[in-house]
Design a protein around this ligand. Structure first.
Ligand code: FAD
Length: 512
């Protein structure tokens, strides 16, 4: 018996994100589920039609729409006072086995290509890929995000010479209005064939500027229904977390990513896949924590890491273990954080696992705040000293300082926009002190003229003027792309307060 796709109004009237930093009154939350016939592509197409119907209804009833991923963003990018669309049940995965689905101009390896519906969680993807002997090229430190939610804010995991999650996306299927959905890919990197486009009953647009703009667009370019990603053969990560003095040798690596004289690291001058430095400002004498991972060919002959819920795993970032603490204790002081770091953020050597086994945490909850600031790597030591100084003068901040590194992304509004970006992460317990600490940091970055950007899914205080300074002409390129792809009525219902605060909701007069 064929089942039709469903869009179910839950009548939920409030929505809170994962870390309880956003509490939003909403008009409704809808659960979207695929139907089931004996043809997966027909089912996929039927869901697209149903979503178009919902967009039509929203326009008629003047309701705003936001598409929800995992709800893991700390910022209000995901919030709306209108209709929130739950996509977590939209988790089809379609292997592109038929070469006829790929363009003759596709220069990649066809076995790398996977088509994923938007609501697949990073964990679902990791599990599927593990079974098929393949791997994501990168992910965040944790894996509870959906694929569309992750790349829509530029989620990164510190793959220092690859980039972030948007960088493995090569095609986007977007429902841009009540009447139109499109397949968007780069003109410089064509992927799918005409028969694929016909099968999805969609319209092909090949354009680098439009594609790069839509990649990091935090729910504003319509409903991203499916994505084509490039994966790679399964690999292993050989992982270490050790403490090293914050001396000239480590500082040199931190501000250059030049490993040629890094004899102190586990594999000396070998360039790692992942590099992260965590500074506990309350325990500087014993050095910084350096997490370092080397990419290795896959073999079955390894012991995956044993999960210990009381300790930070090899790939865990700071929210993963700070969050647990906030659930157990009413007040978290710097003293408690310091002790927690000593007992939970343990050092280790020679731990092996696939990317999905290392970057694995997905049960994090708790009242946490996180701001993540992208800076060109040459400023990292200056910023670290600045943070220690601000903490002494205006702290104490109940959290620690973390530095991760990512290669530049081509997405128009990627916050990883410097040749190599260092992402300075300040994760702390939810409190007025933490928020004040953030404000002091942001102010000093301005005063010291240190170029910087902000993670779109984390806490910031952005406005149009600040964004213009950070992204210059990329702001107008992004706005123009949005106006090119979406008709005004659809564009307006996909606005939310955050987009307006950022000055990114502009409607342009056509034609351009
Ligand atoms: C514990 C924890 C650890 C984290 N670790 C990292 C990390 O290591 N690195 C990092 O960079 N970030 C990290 N983050 C931040 C997180 O990865 C990002 O905020 C990410 O965007 C959240 O993904 P999500 O699926 O939960 O999306 P949501 O937060 O639900 O949504 C994010 C944005 O995507 C949009 N969106 C979602 N689905 C669609 C769709 N189908 N179509 C159109 N728009 C859509 C939403 O409207 C919203 O604007 C972490 C967050 C937490 C809570």
């Amino acid at each position: 018996m064929p089942i039709a796709p469903s869009i179910t109004a839950t009548d939920q009237k409030t929505w809170t994100n994962r870390h309880e930093t956003v509490h939003q009154v909403i008009d409704n939350l809808f659960d979207i589920a695929n139907g089931e016939t004996d043809d997966i592509v027909d089912d996929y197409n039927a869901t697209a039609l149903a979503i178009q119907g919902l967009i039509r209804k929203a326009i008629q009833q003047n309701k705003k729409i936001r598409t929800l991923g995992g709800g893991w963003s700390f910022s209000e990018v995901t919030a709306t006072d209108g209709w929130l669309l739950n996509t977590k049940l939209m988790n089809m995965l379609i292997e592109i086995r038929n070469a006829a689905s790929l363009s003759e101009m596709y220069v990649g390896n066809p076995s790398n290509v996977l088509f994923a519906q938007c609501g697949n969680s990073m964990q679902e993807l990791n599990n599927y890929l593990r079974r098929t002997g393949r791997s994501l090229k990168t992910s965040g430190a944790s894996n509870g995000q959906t694929i569309a939610g992750a790349f829509s804010t530029g989620t990164h995991g510190s793959a220092i010479d690859f980039g972030s999650t948007p960088d493995f996306v090569v095609g986007l299927h977007i429902i841009v209005s009540a009447d139109e959905h499109i397949w968007l890919e780069k003109a410089s990197y064509p992927v799918v064939s005409d028969s694929f486009i016909r099968r999805l009953q969609t319209k092909l647009i090949r354009d680098d500027d439009l594609f790069n703009a839509a990649l990091v667009s935090f729910g504003s370019f319509g409903f991203i229904h499916g994505v084509m990603i490039e994966t790679e053969p399964l690999y292993l990560l050989e992982c270490y977390r050790q403490r090293y003095p914050l001396d000239d040798s480590l500082r040199h690596v931190m501000e250059t990513l030049d490993f040629s004289n890094a004899d102190f690291l586990p594999h000396g001058n070998e360039r790692p896949f992942h590099f992260q430095v965590v500074v506990n400002q309350y325990d500087l004498n014993d050095g910084a924590y350096v997490t370092i991972m080397y990419k290795r060919a896959f073999t079955e002959n390894y012991q995956p890491p044993v999960v210990d819920h009381d300790k930070a795993g090899p790939g865990d970032d700071v929210p993963a273990f700070l969050g647990k603490l906030t659930q157990l204790l009413p007040v978290v002081t710097p003293f408690i954080v310091n002790n927690l770091i000593k007992t939970s953020f343990v050092t280790f050597s020679n731990v092996w696992g696939t990317s999905g086994e290392i970057f694995t945490n997905m049960d994090t909850r708790g009242k946490l705040l996180s701001t993540a600031i992208g800076i060109p790597i040459r400023f990292v030591n200056q910023v670290n000293e600045m943070l220690i100084g601000i903490n002494e003068a205006q702290g104490p901040f109940s959290g620690i300082f973390s530095y991760r590194y990512v290669k530049r992304s081509e997405a128009t509004l990627a916050f990883t926009r410097y040749e190599h970006t260092c992402i300075v992460e300040l994760d702390g317990v939810e409190s007025a002190t933490t928020r004040n600490f953030y404000k002091a940091v942001w102010k000093q970055l301005e005063e010291r003229n240190i170029p910087h950007t902000f993670h779109w899914g984390k806490i910031s205080e952005l406005d149009a003027a600040k964004l213009e300074k950070m992204y210059q002409h990329n702001i107008s390129k992004w706005i123009k792309a949005r106006n090119t792809l979406m008709p005004v009525d659809a564009l307006q219902i996909f606005n939310n307060q955050t987009l307006m605060d950022w000055g990114l909701d502009t409607t342009l007069l056509r034609p351009f």
